[in-house]
Design a protein. Structure first.
Length: 362
C-alpha cells in the first residue's frame, strides 16, 4: 500500500513539473520596417571634367505620397541612370559601394545642408553675382562624392563644362575646384543612419505576470503603441500608449489571453546618407521590366514619413501560483507526503488497536 502512495506522489510530482515547464513560454517577433520608395527626376547640370569626365545630372527623388522632390547624388559613376523605375531605400552593405562613411560626412557638410555661399566660404573662396551658386555647389559636391565611391579625380584647371553650350561665369572653375578640394581633404567617417523601429525584451511570461521590461528603439522621437490581448503599463503600473526612444514598457496580459500583439508606429526621417537602389518595378502602368541595372543614389536631404513594427508573444492562459506561495510541484509533493503520512498513521492506529484487543483476549 505504501508503494502505491509513493507511485502516486511521483506521478503527481512529474505532472506538476511538466505543467510548470509548459507554462509561460512566449515568442517574440519583429516585422521589418517598410522601406521608403520614390520616383527619380533629372534636371540639367554641368560636366565635371576629370578622370573620367562625367555629366553631373542634378538628381531628385520624389517620395511616394509626396509632391516634394528631395535632392540626391549619384554613387555609381559608371552606370546610367534610368528614371523609369521605382527607387527604394536600401542599406549601405547592399549597395556594394565603398567609402560611404566619408560620403556621409560630405553630405552633412555640403550642399544642400550648407548654402552655396557658406560652402564657398568654408573652401576659402567667394561667389560673385554672375555665378550659378546652386550648380557650382552641386557639381563640386558630386565630384567629391565620386572621388570616394569611384576614384574620380577633378581637373583643377578646367573643372566644369556647361551643358548644351551653356555659358559659365568667369572664375567658376576655381570655385568648383576649391570646394572639391575642401570636401575631399576634410571628409572623415560618419556612421550609417538608422531608420528602423524595433522592440527588445523578455521572451517568457504568463497571464498572471507583469511581463517586461521591453525597450523601444526609434529613428528619433516617441513611439505610439497599441496592444491586443493586454495592457501597456510603465514600471509603476500606469497605463501608457507612448514610449520615448530608448524607453521601456511592460505588459499586463488580459485574463485568458493566449496571444499578445504590440504595434508601434513612429515618425521616421529617412535621413541624409540613405542609399536608394532601383527596383524592377517600372513607373506607370508597366509591371514587367527587362531592366538589368540602374545607377545607385544617396539621399542629400531628409524624407519625412512613418515606420511601423509589431511584436507578438504567445502566452499560456493558465496562470502560475503566486511566487510568494508554494509552487505547484511543491504543493503536489506536500499533498502526496501528507497522504502518505495519513496512510501510515491509519495503519499504525489500526495495528495498535488490534494489539490491544489481542491483549485483552489473553
Amino acid at each position: 500500500m505504501k508503494k502505491n502512495w509513493l507511485r502516486a506522489a511521483v506521478a503527481l510530482s512529474a505532472a506538476g513539473a511538466l505543467g510548470l515547464a509548459m507554462a509561460g513560454t512566449a515568442g517574440a517577433e519583429e516585422n521589418e520596417p517598410t522601406p521608403a520608395r520614390g520616383v527619380v527626376t533629372k534636371s540639367d547640370g554641368w560636366y565635371a571634367n576629370g578622370d573620367p569626365t562625367t555629366y553631373a545630372t542634378r538628381i531628385s527623388i520624389t517620395p511616394e505620397g509626396s509632391d516634394t522632390p528631395v535632392l540626391a547624388y549619384c554613387i555609381d559613376i559608371h552606370t546610367s541612370l534610368d528614371a523609369g523605375y521605382i527607387y527604394e531605400e536600401g542599406a549601405w552593405d547592399s549597395s556594394n559601394v565603398e567609402n560611404l562613411a566619408q560620403v556621409q560626412w560630405i553630405l552633412h557638410n555640403s550642399y544642400p545642408t550648407a548654402t552655396p555661399e557658406a560652402l564657398a566660404t568654408a573652401a576659402g573662396v567667394e561667389l560673385t553675382g554672375e555665378m550659378d551658386g546652386d550648380k557650382i555647389a552641386y557639381t563640386a559636391t558630386q565630384a567629391a562624392i565620386w572621388s570616394f565611391t569611384d576614384g574620380f579625380t577633378l581637373n583643377q584647371d578646367d573643372a566644369v563644362t556647361g551643358h548644351r553650350n551653356e555659358t559659365i561665369a568667369e572664375g567658376t572653375d576655381e570655385v568648383v575646384a576649391a570646394i572639391y578640394n575642401h570636401l575631399t581633404a576634410n571628409a572623415t567617417e560618419m556612421p550609417e543612419p538608422i531608420t528602423e523601429l524595433s522592440f527588445s525584451g523578455p521572451t517568457t511570461g504568463d497571464v498572471s505576470e507583469k511581463i517586461g521590461p521591453f525597450s523601444v528603439t526609434t529613428p528619433g522621437g516617441d513611439a505610439t503603441l497599441s496592444i491586443e490581448g493586454g495592457r501597456l503599463i510603465d514600471a509603476d503600473d500606469n497605463e501608457i500608449d507612448t514610449v520615448a526612444n530608448g524607453g521601456e514598457f511592460y505588459i499586463r496580459p488580459d485574463d485568458g489571453a493566449t496571444e499578445i500583439k504590440v504595434t508601434g508606429t513612429a515618425t521616421v526621417t529617412t535621413p541624409t546618407g540613405t542609399v536608394f537602389l532601383a527596383t524592377d518595378e517600372a513607373v506607370g502602368e508597366v509591371t514587367e521590366s527587362s531592366k538589368i541595372e540602374s545607377q545607385k543614389l544617396i539621399l542629400a536631404e531628409v524624407i519625412q514619413g512613418e515606420t511601423e513594427a509589431e511584436m507578438t508573444l504567445e502566452v499560456d492562459a493558465a496562470p502560475r501560483l503566486p511566487v510568494t506561495g508554494l509552487s505547484l510541484t511543491n504543493s503536489l509533493l506536500l499533498g502526496a507526503a501528507l497522504l502518505i503520512a495519513g496512510a501510515v498513521v491509519l495503519v499504525v492506529i489500526r495495528r495498535r488497536r488490534t494489539a490491544a484487543t489481542w491483549g485483552d483476549a489473553a
